[in-house]
Design a binder for this molecule. Structure first.
Ligand SMILES: [Zn+2]
Ligand SMILES: [Zn+2]
Length: 248
């Protein structure tokens, strides 16, 4: 399984990264986890837009789903003719949410181009087994565990601290964990993790590698890294960056 970071900026694109998007590939199958603001452009450096097999959207905040708008145009009006409907997994409201985002009539919205499917607890997707878990966040939001050939990728999506996140990441080879907040008073509950909390979750889940992501541009990322390294997690920790590739 190969994981490529397409976008790792938190909440809005930064000068060096789009918002959340990860390309996960195995056996010729290409899956996108999230397609956030700004990700559609850089994605094309790594994979043709017409060689994506499925998209899983963790939740319907703009920084995780909004580039489905441009992608709808690219697939709907492709001059080479109609493309097969692309499976897009997300929360139940995803079809209406995306129709509103593009100011389309909700019927048919984007359903002529995307085969919207509501996320289930566990499902097979090409060569992958995907397990979802509901996370604490202001909207319905899921973490993903993606398994292939005995290797495991875990992705937090957006979440506050949660035992369910530890379960999702248990024994993962690679844990892409959001680290939106810095240590300090006043961080709101059930919204995001600090980098230190990301490290604590990684330690409890005993993951092989922790990559801090959803890094918000107004923070000092080096401080996030230092705070995570001050956590109980003793394994390798790094900051996500655009174009980083992990072969699991
Ligand atoms: Zn976000
Ligand atoms: Zn969010």
């Amino acid at each position: 399984m190969r994981v490529t970071v397409i976008g790792c900026s938190g909440s809005y694109p930064g000068p060096d990264s789009p918002a959340s998007c990860y390309l996960v590939q195995a056996e010729g199958y290409s899956l996108l986890l999230d397609l956030g603001s700004g990700a559609l452009g850089p994605l094309q450096r790594h994979q043709s837009l017409y060689d994506i097999d499925a998209v899983c959207v963790s939740h319907l905040h703009a920084d995780h789903c909004l580039d489905l708008c441009g992608y709808w145009v690219a697939r709907t009006y492709c001059p080479n003719g109609p493309l097969p409907k692309l499976p897009v997994y997300g929360p139940a409201d995803t079809p209406d949410r995306m129709a509103r985002a593009y100011d389309l009539d909700p019927d048919p919205g984007m359903t002529g181009t995307f085969d919207f499917r509501t996320l289930e607890r566990t499902f097979e997707l090409g060569p992958f087994r995907v397990t979802t878990s509901l996370m604490p966040h202001p909207v319905e939001a899921f973490a993903f565990r993606v398994e292939h050939g005995g290797r495991v990728l875990a992705y937090s999506g957006d979440t506050g601290p949660a035992a369910e996140l530890v379960d999702t990441a248990r024994g993962a080879d690679l844990f892409l964990c959001e680290a939106s907040f810095l240590d300090g008073p006043g961080n709101p509950p059930d919204l995001h993790l600090t980098a230190r909390e990301a490290g604590e979750h990684a330690a409890r889940a005993d993951v092989g590698r922790l990559v801090l992501t959803h890094l918000v541009p107004w923070n000092d990322a080096d401080r996030s890294l230092a705070e995570a390294k001050g956590s109980a997690y003793q394994g390798p920790i790094e900051l996500a960056h655009v174009g980083a590739v992990y072969d699991l």
